[in-house]
Design a binder for this molecule. Structure first.
Ligand SMILES: NC(=O)c1ccc[n+]([C@@H]2O[C@H](COP(=O)([O-])OP(=O)(O)OC[C@H]3O[C@@H](n4cnc5c(N)ncnc54)[C@H](OP(=O)(O)O)[C@@H]3O)[C@@H](O)[C@H]2O)c1
Length: 343
């Protein structure tokens, strides 16, 4: 089935590779033709798109687990939207899908694109599939079940606790039996939310004083599991507080994503030997087999109100670059999302 398609739609291109913090001039808004679907293709009108920390690394021309953005082409990333033209009986017009061609208003996709998934928007709003019911939520789950398996009674420390992954990780830690869940975030409002709304037992404002002493006060008997979203001084402070046989999930190091010069590693790594620590890095997309397990639990937590889902919403594709830049600066609480359509 085909309907009459708009001739053009807007998309965001990366036009220069940033040095340090990205700037508005690194992006361009381009009006591009909407490509009609061929056999086995659909056109999706994107309603929401995700901006994520890893996108900053894709702006650099470096080898990584995901290829760099190409200059002068539409950027990509997770998005959800509705099918508006279809040459596939399995994806009728009106169906909601998630896919990986964000940063554009209209996406023409092959239905066998491995990133394309039908989403059920009856019970939960579509944008949740970019946050708690998407890779963000699964990241929290993989970190605490695979990378640093949490054991009942553990004391857990989670950095970036007011962010997309962090606010879900606090809830996951609780569900897995953590005795004490401690978070860190930047600024008093975020710290307040981490405790009062995201269910952490305590939170540290890393901008307000030395991490070591704040962490010592919050976890006087030490930490069993550290979920690292931040790296740098946070990682060093956590290593200092780890208990023997502690486990560290290396999820990300956002404190370094804008740096062209990498800081020296944790100076106290010798403690990892003395305390028999384990550190494991992970990439969520290696663990998609756990998605079903995770999502069924997360839907229960959303429904029973035990997971406070937080999203910061920016309107309009023209504001997507600013949303990404703002997220890197900590303007968001919970998941930073861009609403393109009527939502
Ligand atoms: N391994 C994986 O598969 C995987 C998947 C998804 C995400 N991640 C990683 O998980 C981490 C969190 O991602 P997210 O999507 O949940 O983003 P997010 O936490 O929602 O947003 C980023 C947050 O980072 C904080 N931040 C920025 N600069 C900082 C600094 N210098 N020191 C401490 N905090 C800083 C800001 O909060 P404050 O206001 O508190 O500073 C900001 O809100 C990132 O490191 C990301 O790369 C990894």
């Amino acid at each position: 089935v085909s309907v009459s398609l708009p001739h053009t739609g807007r998309q965001v291109h990366l036009i220069a590779r940033p040095q340090g913090e990205p700037r508005a001039a690194d992006f361009a808004m381009v009006e591009a033709p909407v490509v009609s679907p061929g056999p086995g293709q659909i056109v999706v009108r994107n309603e929401w798109m995700s901006v994520d920390p890893y996108m900053r690394r894709r702006m650099d021309d470096v080898d990584s687990y995901i290829e760099p953005f190409k200059l002068d082409e539409a950027m990509s990333g997770a998005a959800v939207g509705t099918v508006i033209a279809s040459e596939s009986a399995d994806f009728p017009v009106g169906m909601w899908v998630r896919h990986f061609l964000g940063w554009r208003e209209y996406a023409t996709l092959d239905v066998d694109d491995p990133a394309l998934r039908v989403i059920d928007v009856d019970a939960v709003p579509a944008q949740r599939y970019l946050s708690v019911l998407g890779m963000t939520g699964l990241t929290a789950y993989v970190g605490l079940t695979v990378a640093a398996p949490l054991q009942e009674g553990d004391t857990v420390f989670i950095s970036g606790a007011a962010g997309a992954v962090g606010h879900v990780a606090g809830r996951v830690a609780r569900a897995l039996g953590a005795a004490t869940v401690i978070g860190s975030a930047g600024g008093p409002e975020k710290v307040w939310k981490v405790v009062e709304e995201f269910g952490y037992d305590a939170a540290i404002d890393y901008k307000a004083g030395a991490l070591d002493s704040q962490l010592e006060a919050a976890a006087p008997d030490g930490i069993d599991v550290y979920f690292d979203n931040v790296g740098g001084p946070h990682l060093e402070a956590a290593i200092g507080r780890m208990r023997v046989h502690g486990r560290v999930a290396l999820c990300g190091a956002i404190s370094q994503y804008n740096s062209s010069e990498l800081p020296p590693g944790p100076r106290n790594l010798l403690l990892a030997t003395n305390k028999r620590l384990s550190f494991r890095g992970f990439i969520v997309t290696d663990h998609l087999d756990l998605y079903g397990d995770y999502v069924s639990q997360a839907i229960r937590w959303i429904t029973d109100g035990s997971l406070h889902v937080e999203e910061t919403v920016v309107d309009g594709i023209e504001n997507a670059p600013a949303a990404l830049m703002d997220m890197l600066q900590g303007v968001n609480t919970g998941k930073m999302l861009v609403r393109l359509g009527r939502g």
